[in-house]
Design a protein around this ligand. Sequence first.
Ligand SMILES: [Zn+2]
Length: 232
Amino acid sequence: MTQKTVSFCFDDGFLSSTEKTARLFETRGLRASFCIMAAPDQSADTAHIGARFAEWPLWRDLHRRGHDIAPHGWAHERLDTLTHDAACASIERMFARFAAELPGFAAERAIFHTPYLSMPPPLVDWLLARSAAVRIAQGSAGITSQAIAQGSRQIDCITFGPDKVAAQADARIEDFRDADGDWLVLVLHGVDGEGWGSLALPELAGLVDRCCDLGFGIRPLIDILVEPSPSE
Ligand SMILES: [Zn+2]
């Protein structure tokens, strides 16, 4: 049986949160998925305006340190408000920036982490032809099956906010313990007040440690969808 696994995604790429989160994972020998915009300064989201975002040198460094650095839009556009052509153009522009900035990046091997977790079905189809997989809300509140996701290449997830983020995430981890699914995909944002749906760093540490105590594996999405370990 496949080990029950939790994937932690940290969306939007806030600078201070990214540094703290990466350290938290590394001190435990773990890796995270950081889902980032190509042009965060152009985002119109109120949680982004005026925020400090990590820049490419840090993303390259984190990639070298084993973390998953994944695309999350050019500037966090609501893809279901754009025309299909405009959405495709924005995503292509984002892939080009990733390829220019992140050594080894290839759209064909990337998982696209959908801003606001929603986009029209034709755009999902287009992305599945263009990339390895799409993370998008699918109604299972983040608990899914690794085998099903490997087949569909669409990854369900859950996010929490703006308040009581740690308590809600902790409750979902407890649900996962007895659930049929073998994969929980949690989407978090900043820590210590950064971004929408922030939680305190010790709260994040508590969630990670609880998953370890319950015997869950903690792995970035890319390990399950794109680069399965040789033993599996
Ligand atoms: Zn986001």
